[in-house]
Design a binder for this molecule. Structure first.
Ligand SMILES: [Zn+2]
Ligand SMILES: [Zn+2]
Length: 126
């Protein structure tokens, strides 16, 4: 990836037996880089890839898209950072109308964005 180092998105369980993928899904790689490009400022990931052990540890949902590298969590508190990031993530789409992040979930400390296709794009407020 252009803007993200492996230690920023790889599983953080620290186990030698970690079975999480080493790289984010290809679509997430290109879209996350492009989001970083339009945002124009550093993006801090609080969670990227997860193995099932780490996913359970951090309280992720059972079939979390973090397991396949199709979801990341971006750090942002309240205020402009979050407002701008949510705005950009929700608006990002290909010319053919394909949403880059069909699911955007906003919490107090981060936003969760997913590239998994959905029939209807969704905004979830925690
Ligand atoms: Zn792991
Ligand atoms: Zn997440």
């Amino acid at each position: 990836m252009r803007w993200f180092r492996p230690d920023e998105y790889r599983c953080r369980c620290g186990r030698s037996t970690c079975e999480a993928p080493m790289e984010l899904a290809g679509v997430m790689q290109s879209r996350l880089d492009a989001l970083r490009e339009v945002y124009g400022q550093p993006i801090v990931l609080t969670s990227g890839l997860r193995c099932s052990t780490w996913n359970t540890h951090v309280g992720g949902v059972k079939n979390s898209a973090h397991l396949s590298g199709e979801a990341v969590d971006i750090a942002c508190g309240e205020g402009m950072t979050r407002r701008v990031l949510v705005q950009l993530a929700m608006a990002a789409a290909d010319k053919d109308g394909t949403w880059w992040f069909p699911l955007v979930e906003v919490s107090k400390s981060h936003i969760h964005i997913e590239t998994v296709p959905r029939p209807n794009p969704l905004l979830v407020l925690e």
